[in-house]
Design a binder for this molecule. Structure first.
Ligand code: GLN
Length: 308
C-alpha cells in the first residue's frame, strides 16, 4: 500500500470541507485555533509513519485522551479483566446521548454508560489517580513514551479555560460521587481530567502513540503494553462509543474503531495494519470533526480496509 499517495488523495478530497462545522467554543481557549487546519497521519504496525498537511502541528487532544487513560488503567491493573476492576464502575454500551450529558446517570445509579463519554472518563481518571497518585502526570509520561516525543506538554491556558467553564463536568463528578462511584475528592478528579484533556499532540504523535491498538497490545519495540484481549476490548468500545451519539453513523460510514475529541482530532485503528489520526477543528453538532470524518470515510473507501 502506498500510504503517502492515499493520504494525498484523501487530503485533496477532504480539503473542501475544512472550513465546515464550528470550532469548539464552550472551552474558550479552544477557539484560538484556526479553522483552516487539516492534517492526517498513518503509523503502520512496523513503525513507519506517513503524513499530509498539518500532521506535525500539535493540537488539544481533548477526548482522545480517554482512549489512553483507559489503556493506562488497564496496563496498571494487570489481570483485572471481565467484571473486575474498572468495569464494575463504568459500562460499555453506547450512550446515544451527547458526550457531556447527565441524563442517564440518575436512572443508572451513577454508573456511566461507557468510558468515552465525560462521566465515564472521569471514573477512569479517578481510578488512575488511585493507582498512580498523579493521574495527569502519569498520562503525560505515558503519552511521551508511546509517541516517542519527549516534548509533549500540557497546555495550561486550555486547562485553566476548561476549569473556568467546567460546571458541567463538576456536576457529573459530584453526581457520581453521591452514588459512591468516585474514590478521590471531586476537585482533584476534575482537575486531573482537565489537565489530561489539555495535552497537545500532533497527528503524528497520536498515530504513533496509538500503535499498540493496531498491534494487539504490543508496542513498536515488541514489548507488551496490554493483553491482546484488552486491546480488542478498547477497540470494540471505540467502535461502539468513541464518537459519542454519532458512533452508529461513524461505523456505517468509516467502519473502524475511532475516538474523537473537541479539539478536532480523531484517531482510528485498522487492527493488524495501522493507526490513523486526522485533525481539522471544525466540528459537527455532535462534536466530531467534519473534514476529519470525511477523510476517514474516504480512506476506508480507497483502501477497502475496515473491520467489516
Ligand atoms: N475536555 C472536554 C470536556 O470535558 C472533552 C470533550 C470532548 O472532547 N468531547 O468537555
Amino acid at each position: 500500500m502506498d500510504y503517502q499517495a492515499v493520504l494525498e488523495e484523501v487530503a485533496a478530497f477532504a480539503r473542501p470541507l475544512v472550513r465546515h462545522g464550528r470550532v469548539a467554543d464552550y472551552i474558550p481557549a479552544l477557539e484560538r485555533v484556526s479553522a483552516d487546519r487539516f492534517g492526517m497521519a498513518v503509523a503502520d504496525i512496523h513503525g513507519a509513519v506517513y503524513g499530509v498537511g498539518d500532521w506535525e502541528v500539535p493540537f488539544s487532544v481533548q477526548s482522545i485522551s480517554k482512549t489512553f487513560s483507559l489503556a493506562l488503567v488497564m496496563a496498571q491493573s494487570p489481570g483485572s479483566h471481565g467484571e473486575d476492576g474498572i468495569w464494575k464502575r463504568v459500562g460499555r454500551e453506547p450512550s446515544g446521548t451527547p458526550f457531556n450529558s447527565l441524563v442517564q446517570l440518575e436512572a443508572e445509579n451513577g454508573i456511566p454508560r461507557n468510558p468515552f463519554i465525560n462521566a465515564g472518563a472521569l471514573v477512569v481518571t479517578d481510578r488512575l489517580q488511585t493507582l498512580t497518585g498523579d493521574a495527569s502526570t502519569s498520562m503525560l509520561h505515558f503519552l511521551r513514551e508511546e509517541s516517542g516525543n519527549p516534548d509533549l506538554a500540557f497546555d495550561q491556558v486550555v486547562a485553566d479555560s476548561e476549569a473556568g467553564h467546567g460546571d458541567r463536568n463538576a456536576a457529573l463528578a459530584h453526581f457520581m460521587a453521591s452514588f459512591g462511584n468516585l474514590e478521590n475528592p471531586v476537585p482533584s478528579v476534575i482537575e486531573h481530567y482537565f489537565w489530561q484533556c489539555s495535552i497537545e499532540m500532533s497527528c503524528r504523535d497520536l498515530a504513533v502513540a496509538g500503535g499498540f491498538l493496531a498491534r494487539h497490545g504490543l508496542r513498536a519495540d515488541g514489548s507488551r503494553l496490554l493483553e491482546a484481549r484488552e486491546a480488542k476490548r478498547i477497540n470494540a468500545v471505540m467502535l461502539t462509543c468513541g464518537t459519542y451519539d454519532a458512533a452508529g453513523e461513524f461505523a456505517y460510514r468509516v467502519g473502524l474503531p475511532a475516538k474523537s475529541g473537541v479539539g478536532g482530532g480523531i484517531i482510528a485503528v485498522i487492527p493488524g495494519r495501522c493507526t490513523l489520526c486526522v485533525w481539522s477543528p471544525g466540528l459537527d453538532a455532535r462534536g466530531n470533526s467534519v473534514a476529519g470524518a470525511a477523510a476517514l470515510d474516504h480512506f476506508t473507501t480507497l483502501t477497502g480496509w475496515s473491520v467489516f
